[in-house]
Design a protein around this ligand. Structure first.
Ligand code: ADP
Ligand code: MG
Length: 419
């Protein structure tokens, strides 16, 4: 440890002690938190309420198809409205069940049906295992438990595009038509999709029954995001902790990315965390920029984690070259290190041509930078550089057993040999 670091540590406690507290309640900035008011979504709230109000008169509401890009407030708004409906229906003594299913997690026809049956298990004592039964039988059970008494059942299928892309639209077909087979209960479905082109995946009959009503969530602009952040910040931070420019900057950066409120909230939360860790007394623009970079890096780590093995080996070859001070390198240089790494892993190497394609892919993902440069009469070649620090990549690979065996290899400078 050098002297600078020592000094730093000596002052650690004093610094932390002196630091003003930044967060009053960080939970408020989490994705799962439902605020009491949803600025700029009053129109959607009103529309949803109008579609659902027949419940209070004992009539079946239409099915609803909700769509808009990520972070436009679809989930939070639907949860807010259905919660309100539950409260008011209790007052009027009308039995309403709301079943919320996130189809990114519950991603098959079978599991959606089983989840619905199991929602009522306290009342019915019936529980369907999460695998194993024939789907028809689960569906029959579902009708039986739902129809045990007069009631309204609102089934919210969030991220429905993920389910349909993976397992088809059968589940929507059955659920949007179930009322014709029920005697006492009445079901309506709210499908939520992030993908605007999702409709193209649906059978026209399914589409027409799901989208009896459609509610669109447009992206927020920077001003709207500012209002959303300001409302949250009042509860999340101590007064005076945020520099004036912090919220506008978070809002502007998130507006640039299709008006994503989740991104805006993440920026604000991470900026606060960075300021807190630095022992700063205020969150400033500088912290927001750092937050932006951290979020991007975290996303990058996710991307690296999910690369196919060949691309990971290729990336590791570039890491070794970087650590050895040999970047920028060209495709041939990268390829020769890659081949040696393949040998260590007993992996059949791809052709240089194919590797050249994978280099372009890594470039498109933003992990590396592969610039084509002209070398005069020697033709054109690629200059390959890393966009992520080797340290970060090693950290990701450390937990990846497929590539782990390579991590201990050291690279002998100058000779381009692995030892
Ligand atoms: P979507 O489901 O459209 O991807 P979410 O409903 O998950 O978006 O919203 C993303 C985040 O932004 C959540 O934390 C949510 O609470 C917040 N949010 C979105 N819209 C608003 C709003 N109008 N007011 C307050 N918070 C909002
Ligand atoms: Mg959502």
């Amino acid at each position: 440890m050098n002297e600078g670091e020592q000094l730093h540590l000596d002052k650690l406690f004093e610094r932390l002690l002196k630091a003003r507290k930044i967060f009053k309640n960080k939970e408020v900035l989490r994705h799962s938190y439902t605020p009491r008011d949803l600025p700029h979504r009053h129109e959607q709230i009103e529309t949803l309420a109008q579609i659902l109000v027949p419940v209070l008169r004992g009539e079946t509401p239409s099915n609803i198809f909700v769509y808009g890009k990520t972070g436009t407030g679809k989930t939070v708004t639907v949860k807010f409205v259905t919660e309100e409906l539950k409260k008011i229906s209790k007052k009027y003594n009308i039995p309403v069940d709301v079943i919320y299913i996130n189809c990114e997690i519950v991603d098959t026809h079978y599991r959606v049906l089983a989840n619905i049956v199991n929602h009522f298990k306290h009342e019915t004592g019936i529980e369907v295992p999460l695998v194993g039964w024939p789907t028809d039988e689960v569906y029959a059970k579902l009708k039986q438990v739902i129809d045990m008494k007069e009631r309204f059942v609102i089934i919210v299928l969030d991220e429905i595009d993920k389910l349909v892309k993976k397992s088809g639209d059968e589940v929507l077909y059955s659920l949007t038509r179930i009322n014709t087979e029920l005697k006492r209960a009445k079901v309506s479905v709210i499908g939520i999709s992030n993908d605007l082109k999702f409709k193209e995946y649906l059978d026209p009959r399914v589409l027409s029954s799901l989208s009896e009503e459609e509610v669109v969530f447009p992206p927020y602009d920077a001003t709207q995001l500012r209002d959303i952040l300001t409302q949250r910040a009042e509860e999340a931070f101590y007064p005076g902790v945020l520099d004036e420019s912090v919220i506008p900057l978070c809002a502007a950066l998130a507006a640039r990315e299709h008006g994503d409120a989740r991104k805006a909230l993440d920026l604000l939360r991470v900026a606060g965390e960075i300021a807190e860790r630095e022992g700063a007394s205020k969150v400033t623009e500088k912290h927001v920029w750092k937050a932006q970079e951290k979020i991007e890096q975290d996303m990058m780590e996710e991307v690296i984690k999910t690369l196919p093995l060949q691309s990971k080996v290729l990336l590791y070859a570039i890491v070794l070259l970087d650590e050895n001070g040999e970047l920028p390198a060209n495709t041939g240089e990268v390829y020769s290190v890659y081949r040696e790494l393949c040998e260590h892993l007993d992996l059949e190497p791809l052709t240089q041509r194919r590797i050249s394609d994978l280099i372009n892919e890594l470039d498109m993902l933003g992990i590396i930078n592969a610039k084509v440069v002209s070398k005069g009469r020697y033709g054109r070649t690629k200059e390959i550089r890393l966009n992520v620090t080797p340290y970060k990549i090693r950290n990701v690979f450390r937990y990846d057993y497929t590539i782990q065996p390579l991590l201990t290899i050291s690279f002998e400078s100058g000779q381009r040999r692995l030892i």
